[in-house]
Write a protein that binds this ligand. Structure first.
Ligand code: SAM
Ligand code: SF4
Ligand code: SF4
Length: 337
């Protein structure tokens, strides 16, 4: 029997997160604090970004490793020109079953339909509160809640499967857990609570700011009747619950309190073409450089396999407040969430 590349891997590679830009129209304090990402911030130049052709070439190779899911992210991915064209090209790759997107939602009213027509199936939209003033403060750009709700509706109307990402930070929006849950239960859209993470080095992370899954669950249990939902595949990141007697679900991304490194099947590609195994990596390997030096697909395959097989990252399982400060990690806006 011929052993395929996929079968040779010690750890399966199932999904890839591709950052298509490091720029963003927001300045969320937990991700790109405005004081650090100011007008002089050295964002990537256009020629430094991977072209669509290069992204598609790398994804075709990753599909031979077993990658079936692609999630486009950033920075804000909807700022990348002609994104539906990329979605269409990725969707046509043999082996790729699912192309999804994570966005702040501002540009969805204009783009949702074209993205769905290009083959996008799912979209995660970030919204941390329904409170107008607090949301303006969180996004750092004075954008109100309405444009995001319009984006959510546009995505639903375009036939996309929608989930909402709420990063919960103690003292910032933990009072908004219940109103958000009520609102999205009624809308029939899955709300996912994301534990505040120490990605990068600029968001002033401390354990004290983390509201854990257990704490959120205890708050929710006083208001809602929830029952666990079985994971649908190995390595599913969200721990899901259903509002009893309904189809409405909530999810938890427990990257701090219950790390899931040992089942992590995800790889990451930055907007300038560096391949990373882990969200908390300090260094990536530039596929763009070797592609632009004329590397063959065989060489790229060899290079990716070597990086993937060496992976022993267990950052979240080993995190301490000290380790969170010491490492010079890459920023969330650069590698994508
Ligand atoms: N701009 C898009 C957005 O906000 O959805 C995509 C990129 S953003 C980096 C991806 C996800 O990471 C978002 O859901 C965001 O809320 C989340 N995120 C950003 N910083 C985070 C942090 N420090 N801890 C946990 N999640 C974070
Ligand atoms: Fe931009 Fe998303 Fe980061 Fe907010 S979380 S600053 S929207 S990249
Ligand atoms: Fe995967 Fe790294 Fe997150 Fe662990 S810390 S789950 S290895 S991305």
């Amino acid at each position: 029997m011929i052993q395929t590349l996929k079968d040779q891997l010690k750890r399966p590679m199932r999904d890839i997160r591709i950052s298509v830009t490091d720029q963003c129209n927001f300045r969320c304090a937990y991700c790109m604090p405005a004081e650090l990402f100011g007008p002089d911030f050295p964002f990537l130049q256009e020629k430094e970004l991977l072209s669509f052709e290069e992204i598609v070439r790398i994804t075709k190779i990753l599909a031979t490793f077993g990658v079936e899911k692609v999630r486009l992210t950033g920075g804000e991915p909807l700022l990348r020109k002609d994104l539906p064209i990329l979605v269409e090209q990725l969707n046509a790759i043999e082996g790729i079953k699912d192309v999804a997107l994570t966005t702040n939602g501002v540009h969805l009213p204009k783009q949702a339909r074209a993205l769905a027509e290009a083959g996008l199936k799912r979209v995660n939209i970030s919204l941390d509160t329904l409170d107008e003033e607090l949301f303006k403060k969180i996004n750092g750009r004075g954008v109100g809640v309405k444009p995001i709700l319009k984006g959510i509706q546009a995505a639903i109307d375009a036939g996309l499967e929608v989930k909402i990402n709420m990063v919960v930070k103690k003292g910032l929006n933990d009072q908004h857990i219940v109103p958000m849950t009520k609102y999205f239960k009624e809308l029939g859209v899955q709300l996912r609570f994301i534990e505040f993470m120490d990605v990068g080095t600029s968001n002033g992370w401390k354990f004290d700011y983390v509201v854990t899954k257990k704490e959120i669950f205890d708050i929710l249990s006083q208001h809602f009747e929830l029952e666990p939902v079985k994971p649908t595949y190995f390595g599913e990141v969200a721990k899901r619950y259903r509002h009893k007697g309904t189809d409405a679900q909530i999810g938890f991304i427990t990257s701090v309190s219950e790390a899931f490194c040992s089942s992590c099947t995800r790889a990451r590609l930055s907007a300038d073409g560096k391949f990373y195994n882990c969200l908390f990596a300090t260094e990536g390997s530039s596929l763009k450089d070797v592609i632009r030096e004329g590397a063959s697909d065989e060489y790229l395959t060899y290079m990716i396999k070597r990086i993937w097989e060496k992976r022993a990252d267990r950052y979240s399982e080993e995190r301490t407040e000290e380790s969170a400060k010491q490492r010079k990690k890459i920023e969330m806006s650069y590698i994508g969430g």
